[in-house]
Write a protein that binds this ligand. Structure first.
Ligand code: SF4
Length: 290
């Protein structure tokens, strides 16, 4: 059994920088929401004295709070400052780019539209500064865009680009008399990991995806590998691995198993899963694609 690592996987620079900022902060910091959807990292932050609160509205016991890499609406940051809190902002620059893009579209008279999950913290941050804004996920949501002469569209940074582009085309087809402008705000690390996951799912009968249960981009990697033809299992760490997953219908070991990981997965967790796969019985060769 060959273990193949995705050419691009794991933690992105936006999450790395946010973790570093939190760990380097003086004592007395509360992160508003999950800085990263990973229990290993959350445990490390807790041991370093960094507190985590449920979200932007949480009552906190510290004077300083941190906005996660997912970002927040400006009005929410203003509200935090009005409560007398000092705000550390770890918003990823690529999330900021999505904010700027949507604001520019609105300034040019477009009705704002975000392709993404309506309840996701990043999407709330994108839309909450606008009196009205549509959040759509599929063609079932297209009726919500009726009655606007100009639609300005951005995407949640972790959406799969192919699905986003397909939905934009469906919008154009459904509203041929509407001016539709789309700015691609899917971030580069997401694109690279998605493309690598597609290749992995295409070339491996089984793929293991490492990432938190609440991680949107990890879920997207699972879907991408499955759509490419692989049998896919999501784990949060090496303890979750089940050797039975690596057998085919006849009970034989599969010839190749792929390994990828979401953007909030720390290197040491990926290494542990990798080592565990390498130690599985039936594995007699190893090749890392990257
Ligand atoms: S997934 Fe993309 S947008 Fe989100 S923190 Fe990472 S690099 Fe930034």
């Amino acid at each position: 059994m060959e273990v193949v690592l995705a050419e691009s996987l794991g933690m992105c620079f936006g999450v790395r920088d946010a973790i570093t900022l939190a760990l380097q902060a003086p004592q007395g910091l509360t992160v508003l929401g999950e800085l990263v959807h990973n229990r290993t990292v959350l445990g490390r932050l807790e041991r370093a004295g960094v507190r985590t609160a449920a979200g932007l509205d949480a009552v906190v016991a510290t004077d300083r709070v941190m906005i996660t890499a997912h970002g927040a609406a400006q009005q929410r940051i203003t509200q935090l400052r009005a409560r007398g809190l000092q705000v550390e902002d770890a918003t990823c620059p690529l999330v900021r780019h999505a904010h700027r893009s949507l604001h520019r579209l609105v300034e040019e008279g477009f009705y704002p539209v975000v392709i993404g999950k309506p309840d996701h913290v990043e999407v709330r941050g994108l839309v909450d500064d606008f009196a009205a804004c549509a959040v759509i996920q599929s063609d079932a949501d297209l009726p919500a865009l009726k009655g606007h002469a100009k639609l300005g569209i951005v995407s949640q940074t972790t959406q799969p680009l192919a699905a986003v582009l397909a939905l934009v085309e469906q919008i154009r087809a459904a509203y041929p008399n509407t001016e539709v402008r789309f700015i691609d705000t899917v971030c580069a690390p997401t694109k690279e990991r998605q493309e690598a996951a597609h290749r992995l799912g295409h070339s491996c009968p089984v793929v293991i995806v490492v990432g938190g249960r609440h991680s949107n981009n990890t879920r997207q990697l699972v879907q991408t590998c499955a759509a490419a033809g692989a049998r896919v299992y999501q784990v949060e760490g090496a303890d979750d691995l089940n050797p039975d997953w690596l057998r085919d219908a006849s009970g034989d070991w599969v010839s190749r198993v792929g390994l990828t990981a979401g953007t909030s997965t720390p290197d040491e967790v990926i290494r542990a899963v990798h080592q565990c796969l390498l130690s599985m019985p039936g594995r007699d060769q190893f090749r890392a694609a990257a």
